[in-house]
Each structure stands twice: as structure tokens, then as C-alpha cells.
Design a binder for this molecule. Structure first.
Ligand SMILES: [Zn+2]
Length: 412
């Protein structure tokens, strides 16, 4: 477990925050620092076909155990970037060995407290007796997804060094830019050459996800009638800013906003508004696990726009909906062996697994839609994207155990 811990501590100290506004790929140059390190580590542990593509995908192969060359090829993925939501520069990991249930105050900003008495953070009590790692208060930790990388690298090293473990050919992929929604834009699925894949990018031990949201975007463009305000009454001003406000007021917020929904209930969420008297634009994201319910949310938004348009016939209210990604469950349902083997591997490793539909997308959402079914596996990480992020070394070890058991399951 020393290797796992050392690897994780090494990776989190490397600044890899991605940037949603960047036009480059990867979105930030700094992600190359970790990508190149992983490339050289894969070479030094004896992986084959180690390469780094022009777009920053680190790829490698763990060859099949002799006699298992015919079994399906499986790929394991994790992302190197950390979320731009919170500072990721200068991460100082702190180990709270043999955690005893105490309140953890992060030294560089004592307002940052993980208090097990606070129901929001009580999940730290699942780490009693374990070695908990946190950041120091002014940064996130980056267990999302450096825990996933440490898990895959540690398991890869074991699979490469212990030739008695039966497994087929395994492909490894470390990618940039997951947190800004572009993690697999340039990944060549045919070249990766796997029939199934797993991302290690989930939360608590045992959590496995084969469903994500289906996602659409909507843009509502409102054109008003702009006149001099002094004569607005005579010249029929219709203020696009007011219409945008009315539009937002007509949304069914109580039962279809992210802040009022949980579980499998989706939402209509305005993310951006800009404009003036003459014209205004409101952007939305629409989410639901069910494609038909997602389409219904789109129709509801269209109807609201039509109603607004009808009330203001001299204005124009136009709603355009575009598809972002689809729930991977629609494809994974047709390949039940992919989750069956994952659940069996969890059981083999002594982990009680449970299905957790993701209220968002993963790199696997797009990969699955493009033809490579890719559910998501836990890493042990908690409180991602903020200063209170933590992970326990022993929980990451369960991830290593599951990955090795999964490699074996695919060879049965
Ligand atoms: Zn992640």
C-alpha cells in the first residue's frame, strides 16, 4: 500500500487544473506535466506500447497472461485534470493517520473544517481507523481524479509484475480535460481497441455507475422593440430584459430546478443571461436520466417561450435546443455482462457494490454513445471540487483490488 500512497501524494502535488475558456487542447499546458510523468512511470513499470498522443492521451498496454490472448480487451481510464471550480495550485496533502473521528481543521485556512457532527460531512466516519488524506485549506485535494490514476497505476504494476494473475490484454488511458467536458474529444476508440472500458472516477467505496444524465442545451433568443425611453409609450417599446425576467419567472422551479431535485428527477437550469432592451439571450441546461422526460422538459421550455411570444406579438422569442450527451444506461442495458463482471469483481474483492445514477455526465457518457461502453467505478474520494475533499488510502486500495479482480473476471 506504500506505493499507492506515495503515488497519490506525488500526483496531487502536480498542478493540473483545466480551463473551460481555453481554446487549446489540452486546455492548459500544465496538464502535460502529469501526463508526461505517467508516460515515464508506465514505461518504468514495464507496460507495453506506452505513448502520449498529440492531444495528450497517455496510452499503454498490459499484455495478456500467456494463454489468455483470446479474451476481450478491456480498458481502464482516469483523468489528470482537476476542477477549475477551486484552486488546485500548490496542493499540500496532509495525512491523518489512523483517523479517530476527531474534527479535522485544515491549517492553512482554519475556517475549513471537516466536522463529523455536521451531517454533510459525517461520511468521514466511514474512514475510522484509516489513513485519511486532505488538502491544507487553500486548495482542493484533487483525489478527483488522481485517486483514480493512483488506483490504475498501482493495479497495473501488480498485473505486470505478477504473471500468475490470469487476465486478457488490458489498455490504459489517462486523459486531460474531463472537468471541462472535453475529456475524450480526441480519443480514437478504434485505436484504443477495447470492447469495454471502465473509468475510475467515482465516489465512496462500492459506488458503481452505469447511468448518467441525458443532457441537452437550450438557447432562448429574445428580440424586443427598442425605442428612446422618453417616447417608449408612444413607440411600443418591448424591453427584452423584462421578457427574459418573465421567462425565468415562468419556469417550474419548485419541481424542476437542480436545487429542488434529487435522485432520478431531472431539471431545467438557466446558466447564463445577458442582454439589453433590444435583445437578450438566456442559456439553459436540461437534464434527465430518461430521454423522453428530457424531451418533455425541452417541450415545456418551448411552450413557455411560445406563450411569452403570444403575449408580446411585436417581439420575438426563439428557443433552440441541442443535444449534449445521452445516458450511458441506454447502451449498457444491452451489454449486461459489463456491469455483471464489475459487480462480481467487487464481491471478489470483498466490496459491497451499489448502483448510483450519476447526476451529471462522465467521460464514459460520451465514450458509450460513441460505441465503447464505459461505466464508472468508485475511487474512495469525497467532497470533490472543494477544499474539504478527502480520501482514505485504504479505500483507494479497495479500488486497486477491484481493478485486479475485474481483469480476472474478464478472463473467466
Ligand atoms: Zn472526475
Amino acid at each position: 500500500m506504500t506505493t499507492l500512497r506515495e503515488r497519490f501524494l506525488r500526483y496531487v502535488k502536480i498542478y493540473t487544473t483545466s480551463d473551460p475558456h481555453s481554446k487549446s487542447y489540452p486546455s492548459t499546458e500544465r496538464q502535460w506535466d502529469l501526463l508526461k510523468l505517467l508516460q515515464s512511470e508506465l514505461t518504468s513499470i514495464g507496460a507495453s506500447d506506452v505513448e502520449i498522443t498529440a492531444h495528450g492521451y497517455v496510452l499503454a498496454t498490459i499484455p495478456a497472461t500467456p494463454g489468455y490472448e483470446h479474451v476481450p480487451v478491456v480498458a481502464f481510464l482516469a483523468h489528470v485534470d482537476t476542477a477549475p471550480d477551486f484552486n488546485g495550485d500548490g496542493v499540500k496533502p496532509i495525512i491523518h493517520a489512523n483517523y479517530d473521528g476527531r474534527v479535522i481543521v485544515l491549517p492553512d485556512d482554519p475556517r475549513q473544517v471537516i466536522d463529523p457532527h455536521n451531517p454533510m460531512y459525517a461520511n468521514i466516519l466511514t474512514a475510522l481507523g484509516k489513513d485519511v488524506i486532505t488538502a491544507s485549506g487553500t486548495t482542493l485535494l484533487g483525489a478527483d481524479d488522481k485517486a483514480g490514476i493512483a488506483i490504475i497505476m498501482t493495479a497495473a504494476q501488480q498485473l505486470l509484475s505478477d504473471t500468475s494473475i490470469p487476465h486478457g490484454k488490458i489498455r490504459i488511458c489517462f486523459n486531460p480535460d474531463e472537468e471541462v467536458g472535453h475529456g475524450v474529444d480526441h480519443l480514437d476508440i478504434a485505436y484504443l481497441g477495447a470492447s469495454a472500458a471502465y473509468t475510475f472516477d467515482g465516489g465512496a467505496v462500492g459506488e458503481v455507475s452505469w447511468e448518467t444524465f441525458s443532457a441537452d442545451g437550450a438557447v432562448v433568443e429574445i428580440t424586443g422593440v427598442s425605442t428612446h425611453p422618453g417616447t417608449a409609450h408612444d413607440y411600443g417599446m418591448v424591453n427584452a430584459v423584462h421578457l427574459a425576467g418573465k421567462l425565468l419567472g415562468m419556469l417550474p422551479r419548485e419541481f424542476a430546478a437542480p436545487e429542488s431535485t434529487t435522485g432520478r428527477v431531472g431539471f431545467i437550469h438557466p446558466t447564463n443571461i445577458e442582454g439589453n432592451t433590444a435583445a437578450a439571450t438566456v442559456r439553459f441546461i436540461l437534464r434527465d436520466h430518461d430521454n423522453e422526460k428530457l424531451a418533455a422538459k425541452g417541450r415545456a421550455l418551448q411552450l413557455i417561450c411560445e406563450a411569452l411570444q403570444a403575449s408580446y406579438p411585436t417581439s420575438s422569442v426563439r428557443c433552440t435546443i441541442s443535444s449534449s450527451y445521452r445516458n450511458m444506461g441506454y447502451w449498457l442495458r444491452d451489454r449486461p455482462e459489463i456491469m455483471d463482471k464489475l459487480r462480481a469483481a467487487c464481491a471478489d474483492a470483498g466490496v459491497v457494490s451499489y448502483d448510483e445514477p450519476v447526476r451529471g455526465g462522465t467521460d464514459g457518457s460520451r465514450l458509450t454513445e460513441r460505441g465503447l461502453p464505459t461505466p464508472n467505478v468508485f475511487t474512495g474520494g469525497h467532497n470533490a471540487h472543494g477544499p474539504l475533499e478527502w480520501v482514505a488510502v485504504q479505500d483507494m486500495q479497495r479500488g486497486v483490488d477491484v481493478m485486479i479482480a475485474l481483469a480476472k473476471r474478464w478472463a473467466m
